[in-house]
Design a protein around this ligand. Structure first.
Ligand code: ADP
Ligand code: MG
Length: 668
């Protein structure tokens, strides 16, 4: 229903819109982010949070800065404890805060100084109860927002459809949706909140899982290509690789090859820790596709990485008659034209590149298979473009931020998942050390020794949020200082996001050939780069990076059988930062690290935003509520199965399908 039914001011509609609220349904689904539970006055000094009833004992001082304000005054509680109170942007309360007024203060307290989040001009008895707190824009108040919620609920009057069928309501002992919605906003007890959450989380997950399962089933009906080839040829290729595949690689290969050979479209997610050897798996898969007579494409997120994949494939296919081409944005127009023509005429078999692969001009000749590396960096649009190049292509998505299989299955519910957990034999964990310093001094001796022994080193510069320019500047400064220091002994190279792709490639090539010994870089080297002789890494301001990102960065070294070292420098004294970096010293398991990181920062931050296919939820939390997610998944499979057999649930499934066609955010 229309928001206009609230009959409020234009200004307020705008504020609501800014909160992503466009209908009454949106309002009732805008849930409190916490509750203030007021039972009685408890001036507890140890506890940071405080709710007290007190009397105003000083005049109010008020300071303005523009439209912002800060008010301070003193109060005394019934135990004759005095407090100083500070509250921001509530100057309209001043008129009520007269001497001797009884008020209730909610806030944080330290050393008898309260920073109030709310002040009520009432005694605590009058406001006993549970008060929801919403995250709202300045210009709205908690009170006015609650009134909107109340009004919306009454206007909607039970017309909010539930996605939970009766059978599941009974099975899980859920309260009715209307009750859940009312009680989440206006609870009378903690149990009300608990029961509401139980329903709402389950419903959100069930809807998501029904959607995922339906997409998956739709896809399985889309006929793909049954690829047939001589399996012996593939086997002999695998036997002739310079190493033996790990067990997990073998399993992944088997799963992928089976997908290629059966008539359904492949939609598979291949995840494995940095250095676990996903690239060779993709090479084998591309070879199988080639043997079946189809073109294949491998898409990388950066030009550097595309070139590297290209070179890797060339070396894997040295003795085989297969044509591989590299297509990137930095080629000249003429070069591109030639490649386009070769692709179209089927003169090339494997095309490696960046998203340039899927521009309009590129016409494929029997494209049968697309692999993307580091999937969580590709957006919805790009993936759609790929599909348009060949409607029946098989699809493999590789990711180096691995998560536990069960979580992956639930999160990427519409894909099959292959996981590489074991590392190739003989891999030594990277010796990681957290150095509490902002300069390189403590590690210079080691660095010099290491360079003298013929090794190469990465130096990763501080991450500057939202400013590639500043980041580039700091990288340049560090590079200059290092070049000064090492003068003629070693060559220092610089790599940052402000450079042209061609320049980046140039530098990367020089590093690969050991013309450069020290590569000073921003996170552009984060993904995939493989220089076996570089086994030392120094990371500046390590606290600014996410843990998965640190693990990715660290994965650039230790890619051969030599001992590698990673120094994570930080002068931060924040307890969290220190804890995280200490954890990085100990853990070398990408799965463990990504779980830790997910808990700290949430899936959106770690794996990419909604654009990249990571689902977002209004009230449920994919990690904390994971058991519910699994239950919802089983239920979704069960319900769809029943529907297929014609035993009910028509209405529910049709509703989901209708949403799907209108709003295909989960589809590609
Ligand atoms: P990922 O892409 O998963 O980070 P790569 O595919 O780049 O990892 O592999 C890392 C390195 O390990 C590469 O140099 C690769 O040649 C090597 N490698 C891959 N599989 C094996 C294996 N089974 N045994 C030994 N080395 C391997
Ligand atoms: Mg890789």
């Amino acid at each position: 229903m229309e928001l206009q039914l609230l009959k409020t001011t234009e200004k307020r509609y705008q504020l609501l819109n800014q909160m992503n609220i466009f209908s009454l349904e949106d309002i009732v689904q805008y849930y409190p982010y916490r509750y203030d539970i007021i039972e009685e006055a408890y001036p507890s000094i140890n506890d940071e949070r405080i709710i007290i009833e007190a009397v105003v004992i000083s005049p109010v001082k008020i300071f303005f800065r523009g439209r912002m304000s800060r008010m301070t005054f003193e109060v005394e509680d019934q135990y004759h404890q005095k407090y100083q109170v500070i509250i921001f942007n509530r100057h309209f309360l001043r008129q009520y805060l007269k001497l001797n007024t009884i008020i209730t203060i909610i806030g944080k307290c330290q050393n008898h100084k309260i920073t109030a989040s709310d002040i009520k001009i009432k005694s605590i008895n009058e406001i006993k109860g549970i008060h929801p707190v919403y995250s709202i824009k300045d210009g709205l108040t908690q009170k006015s927002f609650q009134q909107y919620v109340k009004k919306s609920l009454s206007l909607l009057n039970g017309k909010i459809e539930s996605y939970v069928p009766e059978e599941m309501m009974i099975k899980h002992q859920l309260i009715h949706k209307n009750v859940a919605l009312w009680n989440i906003h206006f609870p009378e007890s903690q149990n009300d909140i608990k029961q509401s959450l139980k329903f709402l989380k389950y419903e959100e997950f069930l809807k998501f899982q029904l959607t995922m399962q339906l997409i998956k089933q739709k896809r399985s009906h889309e006929l793909g290509i049954r690829k047939e080839f001589e399996i012996e040829k593939l086997q002999s290729f695998i036997l002739n690789l310079p190493f033996q595949l790990t067990k997990d690689q073998q399993v992944a290969v088997k799963e992928i090859v089976e997908d290629l050979r059966n008539p359904q479209m492949m939609y598979r997610f291949l995840q494995g820790d940095v250095g676990s050897g996903k690239t060779v798996v993709s090479a084998i898969a591309l070879y199988a596709n080639f043997l079946a007579g189809y073109q294949g494409a491998l898409m990388a997120p950066t030009e550097i990485l595309a070139r590297q994949h290209y070179q890797t494939l060339i070396s894997f296919f040295k003795t085989i008659d297969i044509k591989i081409v590299l297509l990137t944005g930095s080629l000249s127009l003429k070069e591109k034209e030639i490649i386009y023509q070769d692709i179209q005429e089927g003169n090339v078999d494997i095309i490696v590149g960046t998203h340039a692969l899927f521009q309009k001009k590129v016409q494929y000749h029997q494209l049968g298979f697309v692999i993307t590396d580091e999937q969580h960096r590709f957006g919805v649009e790009q993936r759609k473009a790929i599909k348009n190049k060949g409607s029946q292509v098989d699809f493999l998505i590789m990711s180096a931020t691995p998560i536990p299989r069960t979580l992956a299955i639930s999160m990427y519910g519409d894909m099959e998942v292959s996981t590489i957990k074991t590392m190739p034999n003989g891999r030594l964990p990277v010796q990681t050390k957290f150095i509490q310093s902002s300069s390189m001094k403590p590690i210079l001796t080691h660095l010099k020794e290491y360079l003298a022994s013929g090794g190469q080193c990465y130096v990763i510069c501080p991450l500057v949020e939202d400013s590639e320019v500043l980041e580039a500047r700091s990288a340049s400064q560090i590079a200059e200082a290092m070049q000064n220091y090492f003068r003629d002994n070693y060559q220092v190279g610089l790599l940052h996001g402000q450079m042209k792709d061609q320049e980046k490639d140039e530098i990367m090539n020089q590093f690969q050939q050991n013309d450069i010994q020290i590569l000073v870089s921003t996170t552009v080297v984060e993904v995939g780069v493989d220089v076996k002789n570089a086994n030392m890494m120094v990371i500046y301001n390590a606290e600014r990076f996410g843990m998965s990102q640190l693990h990715q960065l660290r994965g650039r070294v230790g890619r051969g059988n030599q001992q590698a070292y990673c120094y994570m420098m930080s002068s931060s004294t924040s307890k969290d930062a220190v804890e995280r970096l200490k954890y990085m010293e100990k853990s070398h398991d990408g799965f463990e690290i990504s779980m830790y990181d997910l808990q700290l920062r949430g899936p959106g931050e770690v794996l990419g935003n909604r654009q990249s296919g990571v689902p977002t939820f209004l009230i449920a939390d994919i990690l904390k509520d994971f058991p519910v997610l699994q239950i919802a998944r089983d239920d979704a499979i069960y319900l769809i199965d029943k529907y297929k057999k014609g035993i009910g649930y028509q209405e529910l499934i049709q509703k989901i399908e209708k949403n799907l066609s209108v709003n295909n955010e989960y589809i590609d």
